[in-house]
Design a protein around this ligand. Structure first.
Ligand SMILES: [Zn+2]
Ligand SMILES: [Zn+2]
Length: 340
């Protein structure tokens, strides 16, 4: 279907919707909490530094930046707290600034799940500037914390490579204690909350790990039993546990340093709501796009094209489901009426 450059924004507005529940089905801090901590994390203090950086003082600023880039998230946060000088040095780092301003949930998730000793800000920043799901190559709006790789909603739910097991299960199978495993494999200390469209709250903090990456880590270190062909019994809460190991990550266009909005297809949702729709239609419905990706998809989605044609005609002939207005299946407010 021919659309002009001037029509592109209108096509996206008419034929796409924003699934707000995608944000809710991952580790997340309430927006009011993020708003409170944001100024302290993103900016240095107003008053200029008085003390120096001690023995680091004589190093050129570029060298200090290089050292900072090599530190893990927790160490860099601790260094930032040393004094105002350190706070300025860290706050001005490109990677730190970009993460603190655009991906606060992601940073807080790394800290709250006990993974902050693993990634550097550079690794997180590079994930924010990439767009593809490491499993399927389509756009991925989540960061899977055990591997620190992007993934899409469907792969987060279904990919065998992202299977999650509890630490106690993995410990028994590997023959290594949970304490020992703590320094050998990535472990996510889960955060209680609601993670699925069924809105069932999971209130306990447990330790989980991603099966494949944990097996690979032990193999590389030549430790524990070889679990390559081990049949793990997966928890009945597998889907929820996967979401408890993931956080939303925006895509940052590094030419402008601006985060880019994502879109889902209204047409694909409407196809899925028809009786007898297939699993493939569900996968397509769950796909998320950046603007250009959505416009490409629009060219192959007859239902999205019908919405556009209907909207352009004098009388709108297609009625849209209320789901689009609501932003998905998960309620955005908690029981107290606050934004979740
Ligand atoms: Zn994927
Ligand atoms: Zn579509």
């Amino acid at each position: 279907m021919q659309i002009s450059d001037e029509q592109k924004n209108d096509v996206v507005r008419v034929a796409s919707w924003r699934r707000r529940d995608y944000d809710l089905m991952a580790i997340r801090s309430p927006p009011r909490e993020n708003a409170l901590v944001m100024p302290y994390l993103a900016e240095p203090f107003q008053s200029p530094p008085e003390s120096s950086l001690g023995s680091l003082h004589d190093l050129p600023a570029e060298v200090i930046s290089m050292i900072c880039r090599g530190l893990d998230v927790l160490s860099l946060f601790r260094f930032r707290q040393v004094n105002r000088h350190a706070r300025v040095a860290v706050s001005n780092l490109l990677e730190y600034k970009a993460m603190a301003n655009n991906a606060l949930d992601c940073l807080r998730a790394v800290l709250r799940t006990g993974l902050a000793r693993r990634p550097t800000f550079r690794v997180l920043y590079l994930s924010m500037c990439s767009m593809e799901c490491a499993q399927c190559g389509f756009f991925g709006g989540y960061l899977f914390l055990p591997t620190l790789e992007r993934c899409c909603y469907t792969c987060l739910q279904e990919s065998p490579n992202l299977e999650v097991v509890t630490l106690s299960t993995f410990s028994k199978a590997s023959g290594l204690s949970q304490k020992r495993l703590g320094s050998l494999i990535p472990i996510v200390h889960t955060i209680p909350g609601i993670y699925t469209i069924w809105e069932k709250k999971f209130g306990k903090r447990i330790k989980i790990t991603a099966k494949d990456v944990a097996i690979q880590s032990l193999k590389e270190q030549n430790l524990g039993r070889d679990l390559t062909n081990h049949e793990f019994r997966l928890s009945s809460r597998q889907e929820m546990l996967r979401h408890m190991a993931a956080v939303r990550i925006p895509f940052l266009d590094n030419s402008t340093n601006n985060p880019q909005p994502t879109f889902c297809c209204k047409g694909c949702q409407m196809i899925l709501e028809r009786p007898g729709s297939s699993h493939a239609a569900g996968v397509l419905r769950d796909r998320e796009y950046l603007k250009d990706g959505f416009l490409d998809h629009f060219q192959s989605c007859t239902e999205a094209q019908s919405l556009w044609t209907s909207n352009s005609s004098d009388t709108k002939t297609i009625e849209e489901p209320p789901l689009f207005e609501k932003g998905g299946f998960v309620r955005p407010l908690d029981s107290s009426g606050n934004e979740r």
